[in-house]
Structure formats: structure tokens, C-alpha cells
Design a binder for this molecule. Structure first.
Ligand code: ADP
Ligand code: MG
Length: 445
């Protein structure tokens, strides 16, 4: 805490004509929370207007002020001179995490008083994450993945990890938890979302046959069906590459919860063309790390404030009921992540193993791996063609379609007009020239 804060703050506020009484002070790992009761007639808007100058007078940057709900106090959040780092282990060893009975417990971090914040991903039921580069998104995503790995066995949980940057998730390759290797190629990523939608529909058919409504009821009947968590670490890249992924994401966001398929989507650009209105409406739980502007904060949280966060895991969690909680993410260095994952490394690549499991004729085992391995793990001819087609991109696809079209027109013309062209009437020759010109134009496109 800043030395002498309890006397300095009321003094500084008085300089700006803000009178009132100091309330309780809580010292946390990232900030000191100071409660303050404004005197009668003092306006909260005057405080928010002067907050940058108040911060300057106190010699710190990034002070936030908010009203405490159902209270006459306001709360100043004043950064600590030196922020603490919260080790991931300290959260996973806490009684809150150890005793959590959630289906998919994820550790978001600690609140501003240092208490662990756990949530159940299966209830969220999906999570949208935003923040500028270096704000702590990837560290956060890793801590969500690792908290799930801490609590669930590989046969009960499978991950699909999409990582266009290629470096963030590479350590998860060849893990028993992986449904397929980490996806770094955008074409494969959009195909994989199509596969997940198909998997979701397959699961609903299974539920229908066993007369259950969701995955937990299915588990109660004695079947084992793994939860699938799909994590995308740069959704902006994916949606810019292929607009149609929005359709798949929406379908999964709307319907996949009961099938046990959950999405965690992160983006460094929370602009309206990436986080569209429909995506927002279907992903009510959102976590914002520091963003570049108040407009970005509005897009992700429906309120400003995330632009004033301090970075390095400092975040605001917006939940379905509208509550906003400031959370400091837990941190685990890469070497420790590798150590944690070591016991789950598989000698044989996971997809090959899954195909073998699939071919064994035990009912429960088949149910355990409902994932359509012909498309997800070992793609068939059509899936490979679709994948190749996706990777070509719109421009090359159009070129090929034009070539094919020109070829078909040429063949039809040859077959129907060859007789007349041999007679070489003047009209026939000119029409042939016209056709050739047309074909040339199409091909040049
Ligand atoms: N919760 C945290 N606690 C401490 N340091 C953090 C935390 N989160 C991120 N950092 C620091 O910030 C750096 C960038 O984080 P990263 O997750 O890679 O950002 P992003 O993915 O948003 O670009 C990390 O290398 C780490 O040093
Ligand atoms: Mg990152």
C-alpha cells in the first residue's frame, strides 16, 4: 500500500472539492481498496471526472473508482506499488478448488481481496475472453485448461485447441486429453468446428435413444461420454479467414451445452466485426483483460472500465446475471506446465489410439468416443477434399470454378456446334470467336 494513503487520499480529494469520510481499507495482491462516503450533496460524477488528476497527485496510474451496490460508499481501487503474482498452485491447493464439486471447474484467479474465484464452465456455459497483446489472455487460457486437467481424467475430458500463433498451445500436443493435435491452420480449424457441430448432433441422437436430456443424465445411466472443451486463442484471425465460422460458433453456443461441448473463445480485437451482436447474445459470460479503448470495453463488457486495468492478468469477469468482478489471474511458468502435463503424455498419437478404441466392440467404449473419428481423427476422402478446398481461400476457389465453367461451356459448344463450324459459315466463325473471347475473360478472372 502507498505509504500514508489513509491521510493522503482525503487530503487530495479535498483539493478537488470532494469531501467525505474514509471507510474501510482492504489491502489485496494487486490493489488497495479504499471505501469512502461522500458528504451530502457531493456528486459521484465529480469524482470520476477528476480521477486521473487524483491519481497523478497520489503518484500512481490506473486508479479506478466505482459505486458499491446497495451502499452509501464508493470504492477507490488504488494499485499497489508492486503487484503480487498469484502462483497457480496456490489456487489449486485452496479448499475452494479442492472441494469444488463442479462438472468443469475452472480457476479464473483471485479477487481483489486474494480469495480464489472458481467457476463451473458447464454452467457458464461458454466463455468469451478479450484483451490486448500482453494483457494475459494466453496465461489465462492455460490456467483454465490446467484447472480442468487437475480435476478430470483424460477419459472424461477432451480438448480441441485452436492456436493460429502456433506457440501458445504446442505443449499440449500428444496429450491424452487431446481429441486431435493442436490446430494451427485456419482451414482445418473451420472444418473442425463443422465436425464439432456434427458431433453435437450425434450426441443428441444418442440422448434421444437412451431417453435422456443432457450429458449428466447420460452419465447417470452408466455411459461414459467425455466433455469436449474447444479453446480458440485468436478468434479474430479465424473469423477474418472464414466468415462462415460464425455460423458454427453460434450453433455450438446455442445448443452444445447439454451435449457437453463448451467453447472458450479469446480475441485481442474485441471490435464489433469480430464480436458480433449475435455472438455476444449467445456468450453471456465474458472475461476482459486490459483493452485498448473504452469502445473495446463497451463491446466486450457493455460498460467502460477494462481500458483502465493494469495488465498482466488483471481482468473483469462479467457473468450471466450482470455482476462484474475484478479478478487477478493465476500464473504458471511454462516449465511447470510441462511438468504437470508429463504424466499424460501418450506414446502413441491420441487420434490413432481413438480409432483403435472405436473399433473395439464394447458398447460403453463406443459411447465413450462418440467423436466421429472418420472425420475428426482420421479424415476420409471427402473430409480431406473439404479441408483442401477450405485452405485454398476464396480467390483460388473462384478461379477453379471459373476454369471448370469455361471448360464445360467449351465441351458443350464443341459437341453441339462442331458440325456447323466445319461448314465455317461467317456467323459460325464470329460466334466461335465471341465464345473464345468469353472463355478467355472468365479464365483471366
Ligand atoms: N496472471 C499473471 N500474473 C503474472 N504475470 C502475468 C499474468 N498474466 C500474464 N502475465 C505476464 O504477461 C505476459 C504476457 O501474457 P500473455 O498471456 O502471453 O498475453 P496475451 O496472450 O494476452 O498476449 C506473460 O508472459 C507474463 O509475463
Ligand atoms: Mg496470447
Amino acid at each position: 500500500m502507498i505509504d500514508g494513503l489513509e491521510t493522503k487520499l482525503p487530503d487530495v480529494l479535498a483539493h478537488f472539492g470532494i469531501e467525505g469520510n474514509l471507510g474501510k481499507i482492504f489491502e489485496g495482491p494487486l490493489i488497495t481498496e479504499v471505501e469512502f462516503q461522500l458528504s451530502h450533496g457531493a456528486k459521484f460524477s465529480n469524482v470520476t471526472k477528476s480521477i486521473k488528476d487524483i491519481a497523478r497527485e497520489l503518484g500512481v496510474s490506473g486508479i479506478r473508482v466505482s459505486e458499491i451496490p446497495n451502499s452509501t460508499y464508493i470504492c477507490f481501487e488504488i494499485p499497489q506499488p508492486k503487484a503480487q503474482t498469484i502462483p497457480f498452485q496456490s489456487v489449486t491447493q485452496s479448499p475452494e478448488f479442492v472441494n469444488a464439486t463442479y462438472a468443469l471447474p475452472i480457476c479464473i484467479g483471485v479477487n481483489m481481496r486474494g480469495l480464489p474465484i472458481m467457476r463451473d464452465l458447464s454452467k457458464m456455459p461458454h466463455l468469451l475472453v478479450a484483451g490486448t497483446t500482453g494483457s494475459g489472455k494466453s496465461v489465462g487460457l492455460n490456467s483454465f485448461i490446467l484447472s480442468l486437467i487437475h480435476k478430470l481424467k483424460p477419459e472424461n475430458l477432451k480438448f480441441v485447441l485452436i492456436d493460429p500463433k502456433r506457440i501458445e498451445f504446442s505443449m499440449y500436443n500428444n496429450q491424452k486429453y487431446m481429441l486431435r493435435p493442436v490446430i494451427t491452420d485456419m482451414g482445418t480449424a473451420s472444418q473442425c468446428l463443422v465436425d464439432l457441430c456434427r458431433e453435437m448432433n450425434d450426441r443428441y441422437e444418442k440422448f434421444e435413444k437412451t431417453m435422456v436430456r443432457n450429458i449428466s443424465e447420460y452419465h447417470e445411466k452408466g455411459y461414459n461420454l467425455p466433455y469436449i472443451v474447444c479453446v480458440i486463442d485468436e478468434f479474430a484471425d479465424l473469423i477474418m479467414f472464414d466468415k462462415t465460422v460464425e455460423k458454427q460458433v453460434l450453433m455450438l453456443a446455442q445448443k452444445a451445452r447439454a451435449a457437453g461441448i463448451h467453447l472458450v473463445i479469446a480475441t485481442q480485437r474485441p471490435s464489433v466485426d469480430v464480436i458480433t451482436g449475435t455472438i455476444k447474445a449467445n456468450l453471456p459470460t465474458r472475461l476482459s483483460y486490459k483493452v485498448a479503448s473504452p469502445a473495446d470495453s463497451m463491446t466486450i463488457l457493455n460498460t467502460t472500465g477494462a481500458e483502465d486495468l493494469l495488465g498482466r492478468g488483471d481482468s473483469l469477469l462479467l457473468e450471466e446475471n450482470g455482476t462484474l468482478t475484478r479478478v487477478l489471474g493465476a500464473y504458471m511458468p511454462n516449465e511447470e506446465i510441462m511438468q504437470t502435463l508429463e504424466p499424460y503424455r501418450c506414446a502413441i498419437k491420441e487420434p490413432t489410439q481413438s480409432v483403435e478404441v472405436h473399433s473395439s466392440n464394447s458398447n460403453v467404449v463406443i459411447n465413450q468416443t462418440t467423436i466421429n473419428h472418420t472425420t475428426v481423427a482420421k479424415p476420409g476422402l471427402f473430409a480431406r477434399f473439404a479441408d483442401w478446398w477450405q485452405r485454398l481461400g476464396k480467390r483460388n476457389q473462384n478461379k477453379i470454378i471459373n476454369w471448370l465453367f469455361a471448360f464445360v461451356v467449351y465441351v458443350i459448344h464443341q459437341m453441339s456446334g462442331s458440325g456447323s463450324s466445319r461448314r465455317s459459315s461467317p456467323t459460325g466463325t464470329s460466334s466461335q470467336k465471341l465464345l473464345k473471347k468469353g472463355i478467355k475473360k472468365i479464365v483471366q478472372k
